[in-house]
Write a protein that binds this ligand. Structure first.
Ligand SMILES: [Zn+2]
Length: 333
């Protein structure tokens, strides 16, 4: 996987402090008739429903003060795959935190894969969906922009004050001494220490076989075990420990409590919540949907396929994300 793994585990043990409610606002209501009552079987019933849902989405976002939560689905059009398919089943098993810290061999495997995948991951550029979100923010409609993605593409698209719930793959931290270092410099050192791996960066190996060109969600690629064992993993430039870890939240790890608390405070003051491109399968994001629902804050979910938050959502748009966002930003422009 790319270097990250992600998503944390749940709130188990993490601070789950209740944030004092902000001023109550009038509940948001779906405009016109509820889309669920759209005629069906009339040939263009699906289109009618989609259009009704889009109008409802425009009204919700247009009211402003939106708490936006984005997930992997927003970056798939930038070439970074999701962990899960539309069926919600995880297709990639990321390295979990316990495994990473458990042995040097695991970290060696992690960094070898991440070394090869990084160039492709870093080459990803924002898509129209990222730009649409930045445009909504620039128009003052977004109260908070929280992302589960670790790719930094929101910022590249011009968004500001992005809360990176799971961190950013561009930063690396030493688990022993806390030293932080830029991922690029780690990449340079790994390249110097592993000259034989340049073939992998080109997508080929000395025996002529192809290395999987399938970058994984956390920025790494699949490598054969025999390649991994020869890889020299990076060490901390300060304390020399082989405990450098991308500064992202791995599966099995909790999101820092302060970050969670900040998000809950923003959510409490929001008029609505908008989920973009997330199946909400992990608690680190789903908990905000649950809180919003419990507090009477309307929740709109725009993504393909079923999500864990469908029961809480007041508006569900099952449609391709990028064109939906482009349309939304266009109508609110
Ligand atoms: Zn260190």
């Amino acid at each position: 996987m790319r270097g990250t793994a992600l998503r944390g585990a749940a709130l188990r043990g993490a601070a789950y402090c209740r944030v004092v409610d902000g001023p109550r606002r009038a509940p948001w209501r779906a405009p016109e008739k509820d889309v669920a009552s759209a005629p069906s079987g009339g040939g263009d019933g699906a289109g009618y429903a989609a259009s009704g849902r889009l109008r409802a989405l425009v009204e919700l976002v247009g009211a402003g003060e939106v708490f936006v939560l984005t997930g992997a689905g927003l970056s798939t059009d930038s070439g970074i795959p999701d962990y899960r398919g539309r069926d919600g089943v995880r297709r990639v098993r990321p390295m979990e935190f316990g495994e990473f810290v458990g042995s040097s061999a695991a970290r060696q495997r992690y960094w070898a894969r991440s070394f090869v995948g990084w160039a492709r991951f870093r080459a990803a550029v924002p898509n129209e969906g990222h730009r649409a979100v930045a445009a909504l923010q620039a128009r003052g409609l977004v109260r908070a922009l929280v992302t589960q993605n670790v790719d930094g593409l929101h910022q590249q698209a011009g968004a500001r004050d992005v809360v990176e719930l799971h961190g950013n793959l561009a930063q690396v931290r030493c688990l022993r001494c806390g030293h932080r270092v830029d991922r690029g410099s780690v990449q340079t050192r790994m390249a110097e220490a592993n000259p034989g791996f340049t073939a992998y960066l080109r997508g080929t190996v000395p025996d002529g076989s192809q290395v999987s060109s399938q970058i994984r969600p956390d920025g790494d690629v699949v490598l054969p075990d025999q390649a991994v064992v020869g890889f020299v993993a990076p060490r901390c430039p300060v304390c020399d420990a082989d405990l450098l870890k991308p500064d992202v939240v791995f599966f099995g790890e909790s999101v820092p409590a302060q970050r969670v608390t900040h998000c809950f405070a923003e959510l409490a003051a929001a008029r609505s919540m908008l989920v973009l491109g997330s199946s909400l399968a992990v608690m680190s994001g789903y908990r905000f949907v649950r809180r919003a629902a419990a507090d009477g804050i309307p929740v709109a979910v725009v993504t393909r396929g079923a999500t864990r938050g469908d029961g809480e959502a007041t508006l569900r748009v099952d449609a391709p994300l990028t064109p939906t966002l482009v349309e939304l930003a266009g109508r609110l422009g």
